[in-house]
Design a protein around this ligand. Sequence first.
Ligand SMILES: Cc1ncc(COP(=O)(O)O)c(C=O)c1O
Length: 359
Amino acid sequence: MSRPISATIDHSALRHNDAVARRHACGAPIWTVVKADAYGHGLLRVARALGATADGYALIELEGALALRHAGCRQPILMLEGFYGAEELPLFAQHRLTPVLHCAEQLRALASAALANPLPVYLKLNTGMNRLGFNADELPAALDLLRRSPQVAGITLMTHFADADGERGVAQQQASLAMIVADLGEQVISAANSAALIGHPQSPRNWARPGIMLYGASPFPEQQSAAALDLRPVMTLAAELIGVRELVAGDRVGYGGVFTAERPMPIGIVACGYADGYPRHAGTGTPVLVEGRRTRLLGRVSMDKLCVDLSAVPEARRGSPVVLWGEGLPADEVATAAGTVAYELFCALAPRVPVSERP
Ligand SMILES: Cc1ncc(COP(=O)(O)O)c(C=O)c1O
């Protein structure tokens, strides 16, 4: 028997969430964001599950884009950070990868490249995130260069919202965007991430770029749960108890002994630790399901194990099923209790955890 921990990826939940995203996009095409191995869900697995439904995939890793092409994916692929060096451009042309261009060096490299086929490009505008992208005053020259380049087959403008899930929302960035594009006439803009797609229906719908909502987590977990947004968990991380023991008052648990029993209590030892991707900084009280019943993490998470309170699950035994997040226990709740976001939980799923699929 192998170590009792596994992740399950639910294809039908993914397809359901994709349909929810499409409803919010009002029928406009969307990029399925699959960077970081589809937020830890498995790039090719996600592409297989969505099949011809997907309009296109957006990611940053060239290896991932090539893997999609080798697996037979024919949809457009958007490279969210473009190319890092001009030597990648022949692969972009050969495999029809759409680069996001965010800096002058990329424009110059593209303009001076000899490509087998011209490429559609996305031009990234900085409207307030202040990471990558062209400022308003740099746009005319950038557009001029691209429009004169025989290497360019079409230009789409894009921006990325900094606080679509927060208090500031998208109004200010959208106003900057409107001013920037006012002179350009009719123009396709790709802007909305999950939070904007759901929470800001006035933001551009076309070629939205949802990520986290497709994987079944809420883009604003403190305001609305995934279930309230009709999103279903795609990844379930499950394990088993590999030990149970009775503590007496005063017993301490795990490294550092940071949890002390105040009374006699049963605890369980779960075959999951930070080397499986469970956050080490999750503390006592983080929710865990044992035998389908909600209980709590106790003490410090170890590399291969964590301990849980079995006071409310007296029937629990070695071999009892445990859910760390997913079906029955939203990843958002675990993430919030651990001071992080579901994005980080999903992306951190460790390669040593076997993954199975549910159609
Ligand atoms: C440029 C870009 N677009 C879209 C997304 C998807 O965002 P979310 O997962 O919040 O929907 C991301 C993710 O960080 C991104 O970097």
